[in-house]
Design a protein around this ligand. Structure first.
Ligand code: IPM
Ligand code: MG
Length: 364
């Protein structure tokens, strides 16, 4: 029997609840497909810090090193809880960015996917989302401002200052662009290049490299759009987009905007593809305010399992079945209380009940 090993980092807040459901789905897929998934739980994030003194403990690193893929829940603490941890050990800086760096997970896929069955969650007018939204935001994930050198200090006159650097080299840019072009080839062959080359030199180099990479993909039509204009265009006419590619911080911001188009970041799974190893996570945070209440929707965590099956384990049919199953559950009028339901027409079920319905669909 084929075995895939998976490091399971359930994380903080709603992490354990939604991870439990995602693993339930994985179990059923394993039974149905005859593939064995060997799960290796490990501490990561705020809880890891409080239990071990490190948000990304060595033992967790060793487990992740040994596994074929990493499935990660959301991490992070409430504002008050965060203050109990030194700034550099707080889960985002102390665990998440180091995880991305360790496995060089440079290609972040964030689907902004709103099929008809989910359309009621979007705050946009029905005529804007009519026919559905289906965008893949491809975000460079290990370069730019988030990983550049930082300096904090005081000038001689006592003025406090901070300097953060935005670094990219041509190889980093080229590899993410190749990922985006390849993704485009399998889709509508329209690629939006998101940049700010009227101001930033990093974007000038980015666009230069794009001109060098594009001829390898003559069938893909490239459309250039400046990042601020892209934010407006995403709201006014999201259906014009298919694949969008951008550097780290632009992708951080626009992918959250994508979550807004869907009605919730809870509807956005993601894949973080590395040179050798990849990890999968919901695009949202740990939502400490609703943790433990059984009302968090597991869509993004279960969707991350689907992305892992597709991208790490080459099981695209299983991935599609999972996404279809979740779509059908929404299509039947079910939801969880965390997702907005402006018309109050949906039947709220718990996190567990939602995933039980997904399992029913999968068992067909
Ligand atoms: C995300 C998050 C992270 C990021 C934070 C938690 C460091 O917002 O995955 O989008 O900025 O990349
Ligand atoms: Mg973000």
């Amino acid at each position: 029997m084929k075995t895939h090993s998976i490091a399971v980092l359930e994380g903080d807040g709603i992490g354990p609840e939604i991870m439990a459901e995602a693993l339930g789905v994985l179990r059923v897929v394993g039974e149905q497909s005859g593939v064995k998934f060997a799960l290796h739980p490990a501490l990561f994030g705020g809880r890891a810090y409080f239990e071990t003194g490190s948000a990304f403990p060595d033992e967790t690193k060793a487990i992740c090193d040994r596994c074929d893929a990493i499935l990660k829940g959301p991490i992070g603490l409430s504002f008050e809880e965060s203050k109990k941890i030194p700034v550099d050990e707080q889960p985002e800086r102390g665990a998440l960015l180091p995880l991305r760096k360790r496995y060089n997970t440079y290609a972040n896929f964030r689907p902004v996917y709103l099929p008809a069955e989910l359309a009621h969650f979007s705050p946009l007018k029905p005529r804007v989302v009519e026919g559905g939204i289906d965008i893949v935001i491809i975000r460079e994930l290990v370069g730019g401002l988030y990983f550049g050198e930082k300096e904090v200090g005081k000038r001689s006159d006592g003025t406090r200052y901070v300097r953060e650097t935005l670094d990219y080299d041509e190889h980093q840019i080229a590899r993410i662009l190749h990922v985006a072009f390849k993704e485009s080839m399998g889709r509508k062959r329209v690629l939006h290049n998101v940049h700010k080359n009227n101001v930033l030199k990093s974007s000038v180099l980015w666009c230069e490299i794009l001109d060098e990479v594009a001829p390898h993909y003559p069938d893909v039509q490239v459309k250039h759009i400046i990042v601020d204009a892209a934010a407006t265009a995403l709201v006014l006419n999201p259906r014009q987009f298919d694949v969008m590619v951008m550097e780290n911080m632009f992708g951080d911001i626009l992918s959250d905007l994508g979550g807004g188009l869907l009605g919730s970041l809870g509807l956005m799974p993601s894949a973080c593809i590395g040179t050798e190893k990849s990890y999968y996570e919901p695009s949202h945070g740990s939502a400490p305010d609703i943790a433990g209440k059984g009302i968090a929707n597991p869509y993004s965590m279960i969707g991350s399992v689907a992305m892992m099956l597709e991208k790490s384990f080459h099981m695209p049919a299983e991935a599609r079945r999972i996404m279809d199953a979740m779509r059908n559950v929404f299509g039947q009028g079910f939801t969880t209380a965390d997702l907005r339901d402006p018309e109050g027409k949906l039947a709220p079920v718990s996190t567990r009940e939602f995933s039980e319905k997904v399992l029913e669909q999968l068992r067909g």
